[in-house]
Structure formats: structure tokens, C-alpha cells
Design a binder for this molecule. Sequence first.
Ligand SMILES: [Zn+2]
Length: 199
Amino acid sequence: MSPITHFLASWIVAAKTTDNPRDCRLVTLAGLAPDLDGLGLVADVIKNTINHTQTYDYYQTYHHSLLHGIAGAVAIAVILAAFGRQRWRVLVFALFTFHLHLLCDLLGSRGPEAGDLWPIFYFGPFSNYPMWLWRGQWKLDGWQNQLISVTLLAWCFRLAIVQGRSFVAVFSPRADAVFVSTLRKWHAACLMKWKSRAT
Ligand SMILES: [Zn+2]
């Protein structure tokens, strides 16, 4: 799935399972971390610009191989947990959001063609066995992913209004306070308008 979908899903898990902004940020980042192995795309673009080629070797070799398995999960979770306030809790839920990312990729990260399926190599990069593949995998930009993203976004907005914190806090607590305050005012104004129409 797209990084935005992974981000929203991971943040909801983090918001429900942690009690401080730092741990929430760490558990959220764990759900994004598998796609760091896609950064070979940057090296490919630089290489193509210099050599006037159109190959994507680094991306195709390492994406979904280097960090989309148990080795990446343990490494990322241990590193992130080291920065946590409640380290065991961060470790457990970082492993959870990391694996949630793998599950989401298995479900919905297909390319444009019917055969462009992304497998998960759970013991990658050390072994290509077992290889997990779901033949019903839907397209990365398919309606299923769009529906899930919109639903997750609505859930995040609801959490922001009810609990007073949002995914913006992953980047900046100050910006989060402004965002939540704006969202609550907008929600209150909508409620007032709706009630005045109903009476
Ligand atoms: Zn991924």
C-alpha cells in the first residue's frame, strides 16, 4: 500500500497503544520503516541521470527484499525501542505495526498489470523461502486502497476531535495543537449548523 496508508494505519495503532508522544511517534515510524528499502530508487534516478540510462536495478533488487521480512522487523523494532520511554511496549507494538505493513503490502501493492504481484520474502534478504504471495492482490492505486485510506483518515480525524491528538504530532507537537484546535472548531461549527437546521 502507499506510505500514506501505512502511516495512517500505524498511527492509529500507536495512538491506541502508547501513552506519550515519543512512543507514539516511534511505533508509527516502525510501520513506515519497511519501505526504506525502496530508497534504492533515489540511487537509480541519480545513476540514470548521469549515465542516460533507464534501469532501476537497486529498486528492483532491494525493495520488498531487504526490509520486508523478520530480520528487518527485529532490527527496526530494537533500534526504535532503544529511544522509547516504555521500551518493551515500543518493541512489541513496533513489531506489530511493522507486520501490519507487510500484511497491507501482501493485500494491496500490485502494479498496473495483472501479473505485477509483490511477494513477501519473510526471511529476506537471507533467503527467498518462504515466498508469500496472494494472487488476488489488488492494485496499489485500486479503489480498495483508496477506500481504506479514506476510512483511516476519517478515523484519525475522529480520534483528533475526541482525544485531542493527531498524526500531525509525529512531525510537530505545536503544529498538532493548531491542527486539532482547527478541526474541533470546524466540527463544532458543523454540529451547530446541523442542529439549527434540524430545529
Ligand atoms: Zn512496503
